[in-house]
Design a protein around this ligand. Structure first.
Ligand code: MG
Length: 412
């Protein structure tokens, strides 16, 4: 139903989803076609682990509501889809909504002949500073990886080191690490809390002070353990400590942050814009780092960026391999246009992704360079994408191995 005040000039005529996995990660992209020949938009709806549910939501439930709508009514369509299912939010619904929302922003930019960041107020910076991940099976390997990234021009590096067992996050684990335990491939919080300060002590010793160091806990600690870790890392001046506690314990985050001598970054597991906003308003974060598609797209994310600006919080949007190049371009648009920008997580896409998605942002020498083309500046070769069909079970199979040495399941 088009609002009565809205003249049906350019309307949405088609909704399609494309799932492609050139890196073994299921990238979900929405394409909206319009009544103007040749005018279409692309949006990121990536939820790697539940891609089929997102596709079903889009094709069965959202497409009938979207077709016939006026492409200029981005906020109207975003709110209509948000409320249309009565029960709202969650990663499946919000990823689907994000695909439509971002595609509409892409169309808006193409109609205006402007990149989306100019629609958001224009550039506040040239290129976007990014951090990359350094990892290794040992502390020495991790630090050598970090040194190579620093030599390549990166000033911000995330450090993760492997541990006994298969559940090390962000780095290779060592199978059979606890041979006498009920689950020899387990992940030990005791070992983790002891090893992590040693990693950062060695990193400062080898890498010096002129580099920003980051670390991702990946939600595996209790609030008190998180404070213990944060205090143990104080001498090494982290840029941020990421996801110290699980989303089930976000109400404890303000007390963790108050007791932490290092900045706290959190938000990638937030699955509503309201819960992400509460991380800011409750004083739980120094940097907010949502997975933009999981909160519904650019329209809600720009509200969060404004909230961060007014609250003295910075942004660090989530963007490893499970964000499509379209989603990466949306992150960069926010980064370029927001005074709250802190740092951007970067991912160096392989050549095949650049071939499937012409215009994919280039990450090199410490910066991500956005496309200056209208809209997101990112296109999609659907024929090539089809040569890399979706994959099932990779992340789930790894997650099932993340257990304590006694065999109890741990958050992945
Ligand atoms: Mg993370």
């Amino acid at each position: 139903m088009i609002p009565p005040w809205s003249a049906p000039d350019v309307t949405i005529t088609g909704v399609r989803t494309i799932v492609t996995a050139p890196e073994g990660v299921n990238l979900v992209v929405v394409r909206l076609d319009t009544s103007t020949p040749g005018l279409y938009g692309l949006g990121c709806a990536t939820f790697h682990q539940r891609f089929a549910a997102v596709v079903a939501t889009l094709c069965t439930h959202l497409a009938p509501l979207v077709i016939g709508q006026r492409v200029a009514d981005i906020s109207e369509i975003s709110r209509m889809l948000h409320f249309s299912g009565y029960w709202r939010d969650g990663p499946v619904l919000n990823s689907a909504l994000s695909g439509v929302d971002m595609a509409l922003w892409d169309i808006a930019g193409k109609r205006a002949g402007m990149p989306v960041y100019e629609l958001l107020g224009g550039r506040l910076r040239g290129d976007v500073p990014v951090y990359l991940h350094a990892s290794g099976e040992t502390i020495a390997e991790t630090i050598e990886h970090a040194a190579a990234l620093i030599d390549a021009g990166f000033s911000h590096v995330r450090l993760q080191t492997g541990q006994p067992g298969l559940g090390a996050y962000g780095a290779p684990g060592r199978p059979g690490g606890y041979p006498d335990a009920p689950y020899p491939d387990g992940w030990s919080v005791r070992h983790y809390l002891a090893q992590t300060p040693r990693l950062f002590a060695a990193a400062r010793d080898r890498l010096g002070d002129d580099v920003e160091l980051l670390h991702d806990v990946h939600s595996r600690l209790t609030p008190k353990q998180a404070v213990t870790l944060a205090r143990s890392l104080e001498p090494y001046r982290l840029y941020f400590l990421e996801d110290p506690v699980a989303p089930e314990h976000y109400d404890r985050l303000p007390s963790v942050r108050a007791a932490s001598p290092v900045p706290i970054a959190c938000g990638e597991l937030a699955v509503s814009v309201a819960s992400a906003a509460r991380l800011v308003t409750s004083g739980g974060v120094d940097l907010l780092r949502c997975h933009v598609s999981a909160i519904g797209g650019l329209t809600p994310a720009r509200k969060l960026a404004d909230l961060c600006e007014l609250s003295g919080v910075q942004t660090a949007w989530h963007a490893p391999a499970d964000v499509s190049p379209v989603g990466a371009a949306a992150n960069l648009a926010l980064d370029l246009a927001s005074p709250a920008f802190g740092i951007q997580e970067g991912h160096v896409y392989p050549d095949i992704v650049h071939e499937i998605f012409p215009g994919t942002p280039v990450v090199a020498a410490g910066y991500a360079r956005p496309s200056a083309a209208p809209g997101w500046g990112v296109d999609l070769d659907e024929r090539l994408a089809a040569e890399h069909p979706p994959v099932l079970g990779g992340h789930e199979r790894w997650a099932a191995t993340v257990r304590r040495p006694d065999g109890a399941i741990e958050a992945p």
